[in-house]
Design a protein around this ligand. Structure first.
Ligand code: IVH
Length: 739
């Protein structure tokens, strides 16, 4: 008998939620992505036809919707408390002594959990359905973020996720929202590739991602949630923390991993040492360890001190934050002319290193934080992230502190700085600013760029000051006669440097393109671009065609002179499933009369055709295309390329000579140390045989090539059932797949 739409929708919801749980919480999927997608699409279609079937626990909420939620406030079912801190073994002993005075005869077993560095979420389930999610707020009332929380895959939409257990009539749980280290790194990688500024702090980014007006934005961020407390419930009787955790886990929540029960404080101390050692390898950031009395009746009888329940304590890693003095703020000019403030600090030991400098990103931020010279500032260093300043300790001010004034002229060239509309950055507009030249040639010659040995900062400054080098192209026409008269540069150094420069003429094209320093264009993208457009002149030609199209369009509609490229970039859409087909929607320039708009349509069509090879590359979006067009439209850059061309640099590449196509259509991830191949060699080998190499293991990965080490990728591959090859198996596969 065919089920009714109602029954079918219910069955689909159940299956999909159970499969998501297996994938995102248990990391143990039992169906393929394609099978999952098919179920999901079936449910979407059913709900589209019968909107009344879209219940609160429908997994289709996971993708978010643009129905902006204005963040109403809601009162919590019980106060959302905080935790007292402990920083040492003595603090912990004091804590226990104080407690034992209150409850002398109790049994004192503890539960030891990781303290996630994220933000609190409070989830309310009525009759098993997630009906509300709130932030902590002031502890009494929080912001309602239900639509956003529903997009987080490890938050169950209905409990129990599977099995035939009864759901309690009411359950309010507390958990932590965070980015795993990998998800955060991937987000930043994507931003880097797109030329967007990277995020320094995972916790703040998680908070920002959760509080998006448009839940679809939250859905794009791969947030995770771990649940560690029952705030309020009806129909449950649980005696211990351990039992509570087991219950949450069985209902389908992701719970803190590696939680242990310790009989006494000595055992707790041993466990703290274990966590400390694990910390660098953990997939998530922790800022401490939470120690809770296991017995919940005991916890209740201990009561609350202020806002902190006495029955638990946060053992915090102290070294992460420090206070120090802000000595001065120095402006630095970057290779693109951006002028950024750097904080010079009184040396302070934090997170295992001595910190003397921190970037302040931009002067707006300095103003927002109200930083003043001489301030005592709070500094944070988390994981391997660069240290940053949290803010001033305003209460420690003496009145002697001085305001930080943004510079009005470039510290290197003296030119008045400009600020482009809609940006927070100050720019030195002088393309011949010696500091800009220094930075951009340094980047060009660096290891990640053309790898020119022997061009140290002192030599380079000399070359710039004497006018021998005014851009990267000038390096290639330097002669012994130029170098020998310079102070401190003898015959030997001259010969070495000239050799190194000569060698750099023959770098692979992708390496050269990366070295040019086009904003947002990293090595991976450069490689993909060289495949699509096999020469630098090809890229220049694309930019020229777009400029020509803009010129003809501006003859019809003069304002297009300035806005043509912007409109063109806006029309790049990734929504088209057929593979980023470029199109222009009229809504983007409704300012123009219809007939005029028709007249410029062919110009847009031509320009779209010109950029198509770029747009079709996976991962190339509007901002990167814009950066490439802008770079190749700058006369200084084209002049520089002419110098390089004249000097005989390799600026084109024969389309890749696939030595066979035996690996075509297969996607590989490389991890660990291989016996003879370097990572680069392995990648080249796979690509020569027509295969693709990506950075992260996903269900689309065909093989993981693994050497020594490579733990997390191996585990992921195992979880997804992806075959693992060693180096010789890879060679064998490349050899016989062809025949
Ligand atoms: S228990 C009554 N357990 O740390 C307090 N909190 O500094 C209940 N946190 O606001 C909190 N991991 O957001 C608890 N395993 C964990 C935690 C944890 C992270 C957060 C929580 C709290 C903050 C207190």
């Amino acid at each position: 008998m065919t089920p009714s739409p109602h029954e079918r929708a219910a069955a689909l919801r159940r299956q999909i939620n159970a499969h998501s749980h297996r994938y995102f919480v248990l990391h143990d999927p039992i169906i393929t992505d394609a099978e999952f997608d098919a179920l999901f699409q079936e449910l979407q279609a059913l709900e589209a036809a019968h909107p009344e079937l879209r219940t609160a626990d429908s997994p289709t909420w996971r993708i978010g919707s643009d129905l902006a939620e204005g963040f109403a406030k809601a009162r919590h079912a019980a106060p959302i408390l905080s935790l007292a801190n402990a920083f040492s073994a003595e603090d912990l002993a004091d804590w226990e002594t104080r407690n034992k005075r209150i409850a002398p005869e109790a049994s004192w077993a503890y539960v030891v959990e990781p303290k996630f560095d994220g933000l609190t979420i409070v989830l309310r389930y009525e009759a098993g359905v997630l009906v509300q999610a709130c932030t902590r707020g002031n502890g009494t009332k929080g912001d309602v973020v239900t639509a956003n929380a529903r997009t987080i895959q490890s938050i169950p939409l209905r409990i129990p996720v599977s099995g035939d257990q009864e759901s309690p009539p009411l359950l309010v749980v507390r958990g932590e929202i965070l980015f795993t280290k990998e998800a955060f790194a991937r987000l930043n990688e994507a931003r880097r590739e797109a030329g967007e500024p990277i995020y320094a702090n995972a916790r703040n980014t998680a908070a920002g991602s959760l509080k998006q007006k448009d839940a679809r934005k939250t859905a794009e961020r791969a947030l995770s949630a771990y649940c560690y407390d029952v705030v309020h419930s009806e129909g449950l009787s649980i005696d211990t923390r351990m039992a509570q955790r087991a219950l949450l886990e069985s209902l389908g929540f992701a719970v803190p991993p590696e939680v242990t029960r310790c009989e006494d404080l000595a055992a707790v101390q041993a466990r703290l040492a274990w966590w400390e050692a694990q910390r660098p390898q953990l997939p998530y950031e922790i800022d401490g360890i939470v120690i809770k009395v296991d017995n919940l009746a005991l916890e209740r009888s201990l009561g609350i001190a202020g806002k902190d329940p006495r029955g638990m304590v946060a053992y915090k890693y102290q070294s992460e934050e420090a206070t120090t003095r802000l000595l001065k703020v120095v402006s630095q000019v970057g290779r693109t002319g951006r002028v950024t403030p750097t904080a010079h600090l009184a040396p302070v030991f934090v997170g295992g290193v001595t910190v003397t400098h921190a970037t302040l990103h931009n002067y707006d931020l300095v103003a927002t934080m109200d930083l003043r010279l001489g301030d005592l500032v709070r500094l944070k260093r988390s994981g391997d992230v660069i240290p940053y300043i949290i803010g001033p300790v305003s209460s420690a001010r003496t009145g002697e502190e001085q305001a930080v004034t943004p510079p009005s002229v470039c510290p290197a060239s003296g030119d008045p700085l400009v600020r482009e509309a809609d940006t927070v950055d100050l720019l030195c507009p002088n393309t011949t600013c010696p500091e800009r030249i220094f930075r951009s040639v340094t980047f060009f010659a660096s290891r990640g760029g053309m790898n020119i040995d022997g061009l140290g900062p002192r030599t380079l400054r000399l070359l710039i000051d004497t006018g021998l080098v005014s851009d990267e192209g000038d390096l290639f026409t330097l002669t012994a006669e130029d170098l020998l008269p310079l102070e401190g540069i003898g015959e030997k150094k001259t010969a070495l440097l000239l050799d190194a420069i000569r060698a750099a003429k023959d770098r692979p094209l992708a390496q050269t393109i990366t070295a040019l320093g086009i904003p947002g264009l990293g090595e991976t993208m450069a490689r993909a671009i060289t495949k699509a457009v096999s020469s630098v002149s090809g890229l220049a030609a694309i930019a020229q065609q777009v400029r020509d199209a803009a010129t003809s369009a501006a003859q019809q509609i003069p304002p297009l002179e300035d806005t043509f490229t912007e409109l063109l970039l806006k029309s790049i859409t990734s929504a088209d499933p057929a593979g980023r087909a470029v199109r222009l929607t009229t809504s983007e320039y409704t300012d123009f009369d219809a007939p005029l708009h028709e007249a410029v349509q062919p110009c847009f069509a031509r320009a779209l055709e010109a950029i198509r090879p770029l747009v079709q590359i996976d991962g190339v979006g509007p901002s990167l295309v814009g950066a490439i067009l802008a770079w190749f439209s700058d006369a200084r850059n084209t002049a520089m390329l002419e110098k390089m061309q004249a000097a005989g640099l390799r600026l084109e590449e024969a389309p890749p000579a696939a030595s066979s196509a035996s690996l075509e259509g297969r996607s590989f991830v490389i991890t660990g140390t291989l016996p003879t191949f370097s990572r680069k060699d392995a990648r080249a080998f796979i690509e020569q045989h027509g295969g693709r190499v990506t950075g992260a293991v996903s269900s689309k990965t065909s093989f993981l090539v693994a050497g020594k080490g490579g733990g997390s990728k191996r585990a992921k591959a195992a979880a997804l059932g992806i075959p693992v090859l060693d180096e010789s198996a890879l060679r064998a596969l490349a050899d016989d797949s062809g025949s």
